[in-house]
Design a protein around this ligand. Sequence first.
Ligand code: GTP
Ligand code: MG
Length: 173
Amino acid sequence: MRRPGQFKMVLLGESAVGKSSLALRFAKGQYQEHAESTIGAAFLTHTLQIDSDTSLKVELWDTAGQERYHSLAPMYYRGAQAALVVYDITNSESLRRAKMWVKELRQVNAGDMVIGLAGNKADLATGNKRQVDTREVAEYAEENSLIFMETSAKRGDNVTEIFMNVAKQVAAK
Ligand code: GTP
Ligand code: MG
């Protein structure tokens, strides 16, 4: 069971959707234009002040999205109180993959886990790059009790916000 003051969270999603970039933005406020694809998984922590007298340390496992690492994922999501599943708004295939992760998490954790869904690379929404409709995903998220936001690790939009909303829901459990 969760010890007070900290919780385990896992980042899941197809390769190159921006999981490591979201983690770096969240934990350090930084962004790298040419991030390297994660091998295995990376671990980082960051403490969030969720209200004036409560802080929560997020113990974050940033998994590798490449298909050959898929079988490792249960090692990271098992025992996690929360997950952030990430897709790329310019890649509809990555949303399909995200939905598969949500399904797998719900099957394993029987609805217990707080799950966020991040539509990342929102900075690319202008022009004709967008492949995923926001409203459709919002409906899907609603039906599946997911905390949904479009994010940009590049600009920082909604990054703290989505982690904060997930943490608050974990704390309220
Ligand atoms: P794996 O580790 O292979 O699973 O990939 P990942 O999901 O960790 O993706 P990563 O963070 O390495 O980002 C992949 C590429 O997308 C990098 O070149 C990033 O710079 C770029 N990227 C990440 N987030 C954003 C974003 O919000 N906007 C834009 N425009 N590019 C982004
Ligand atoms: Mg990565």
